[in-house]
Design a protein. Structure first.
Length: 117
């Protein structure tokens, strides 16, 4: 799955670069969307991200491309690889961030439930 996000002024710090927390929020959101689309009748919460290391600074006006791929399915959880690329006006792509996000299926009381199938 591929998604895009424009880095607007409200997402920037006082140096003109993207706050890392916004990027982490988007990574979490897109991993959740991937899980919800793969398992449409299931409820998920994020239980972890493998690694948080920002590879490059991201300036305002950058268009980010999020590439989300399923890498592992367990009994109650699913893991997605999320790679984030920054694109410039010249259509050049640089990887700026990557991690693996693990989502677990839960019931109405917040307890783990097995995935279907």
């Amino acid at each position: 799955m591929i998604n895009h996000k424009l880095v607007l002024p409200q997402y920037l710090n006082h140096y003109g670069f993207l706050f890392g927390g916004h990027l982490l929020k988007w990574v979490d959101e897109y991993a959740y969307i991937a899980a919800a689309m793969e398992y449409p009748d299931c409820d998920f919460v994020t239980i972890g991200m493998d690694k948080v290391e920002f590879k490059k600074s991201i300036k305002g006006g950058t268009i980010l491309m999020f590439v989300v791929d399923k890498v592992r399915q367990g009994r109650t959880s699913v893991q997605f690889s999320v790679s984030v690329y920054g694109t410039t006006a010249k259509a050049e792509k640089d990887m700026v961030f990557s991690t693996k996000v693990t989502c677990v299926r839960i019931d109405e009381q917040g307890r783990k439930r097995p995935l279907p199938g």
